[in-house]
Design a protein around this ligand. Structure first.
Ligand SMILES: Cc1cc2nc3c(=O)[nH]c(=O)nc-3n(C[C@H](O)[C@H](O)[C@H](O)COP(=O)(O)OP(=O)(O)OC[C@H]3O[C@@H](n4cnc5c(N)ncnc54)[C@H](O)[C@@H]3O)c2cc1C
Length: 271
């Protein structure tokens, strides 16, 4: 049971949404798919008087803008899986969406941007969006603002969202060649380490997720086993600990996960 008197708002314009969020700042949350927010409210972990549902704003398009691809904030995992544009231009996102657990009940309404805003280190989307050089488009009382995803993600469950703002969309680079790997204890548990491998011209990068509080992008100088292991070992300096795994375990498996993502990239499993 949600133990609070709650006012539900469903604005029709971005400006109205921002005005509501600003007016009730501190006592309001943005509602997207609700798969994190509503259980947290049930458990009494957040105490709110207002929720602002973004569904009235649309925000569900996946479209090209210049050389990049823009995903509205209400794009769900199922939308990502069904998108011909993503399959062709950014196959990493459907690849990641395919591995999300929870079944259709989750993937039909949970949003990629909701996962980003929840900013729990042990999820897939922060690392994948960081690997794709995502730009976060926010809308607030002063209008739109853009923020690189690596600056938007401040730490574990901490994001750069100012009073009155919500995320309207993310824009990512078109990256045709990529590979992905994640390691977790069981099918239904949170990842302990994820790796997104990206090839862009001659540049090869691996972005680790769930290994530190924020995603970690690593330039891979050459894809031999020892070079990958050395680059990852040097980069992982503050591994994240939670109930699933201590930091030193995450640091130990990070090179393995990175190498597996690079193998998938090389073998073109979904390119
Ligand atoms: C059963 C289950 C299985 C799961 N399996 C996986 C998995 O395998 N891999 C994985 O990575 N994740 C997994 N998740 C987590 C899932 O990815 C997130 O719960 C989901 O994507 C969050 O999106 P949402 O739209 O439901 O967000 P909500 O619950 O609506 O919101 C989450 C948070 O973000 C804020 N927020 C949402 N949208 C915006 C916005 N546009 N602007 C500003 N703030 C916003 C909300 O206020 C809230 O604080 C699982 C979750 C469940 C319940």
């Amino acid at each position: 049971m949600i133990r609070t008197h709650l006012r539900y708002h469903r604005p029709d314009t971005p400006d109205d949404a921002a005005a509501l969020l600003a007016e009730h700042h501190g006592r309001v949350a943005v509602l997207a798919g609700g798969s994190q927010l509503l259980p947290r409210m049930h458990r009494g972990e957040v105490d709110l008087d207002h929720v602002v549902d973004l569904r009235g704003l649309g925000l569900r398009a996946i479209e090209r803008t210049g050389g990049r691809v823009r995903l509205g904030a209400m794009v769900t995992y199922d939308d990502a899986l069904a998108s011909a544009l993503l399959a062709e231009a950014v196959p990493l996102l459907p690849r990641v969406a395919r591995g999300v657990t929870g079944g259709r009940q989750l993937t039909g309404h949970a949003t990629l941007v909701g996962a980003l805003c929840h900013a729990f280190p042990g999820t897939d989307m922060p690392g994948a969006l960081s690997a794709l050089g995502a730009t976060v488009e926010l809308h607030g009382p002063d209008g739109p603002r853009e923020c690189p995803v690596d600056e938007f993600l401040l730490g574990a469950q901490s994001i750069d969202r100012r009073p009155g703002e919500f995320v309207a969309a993310v824009t990512v680079d078109g990256v045709a060649r990529s590979g992905y790997c994640k390691v977790k204890h069981a099918t239904g548990s949170w990842p302990i380490a994820t790796a997104s491998a990206i090839e862009d011209g001659d540049a090869l990068t691996v972005t680790l997720g769930a290994v530190q509080a924020r995603p970690l992008r690593i330039v891979i100088p050459d894809p031999t086993r020892s070079a990958v292991d050395d680059a990852v070992a040097a980069a992982v300096t503050a591994p994240w600990t939670d109930v699933l795994a201590p930091g030193d375990y995450r640091a130990r498996i990070a090179p393995v996960v990175a190498r597996r993502a690079l193998t998938e990239l090389r073998e073109g499993a979904h390119a």
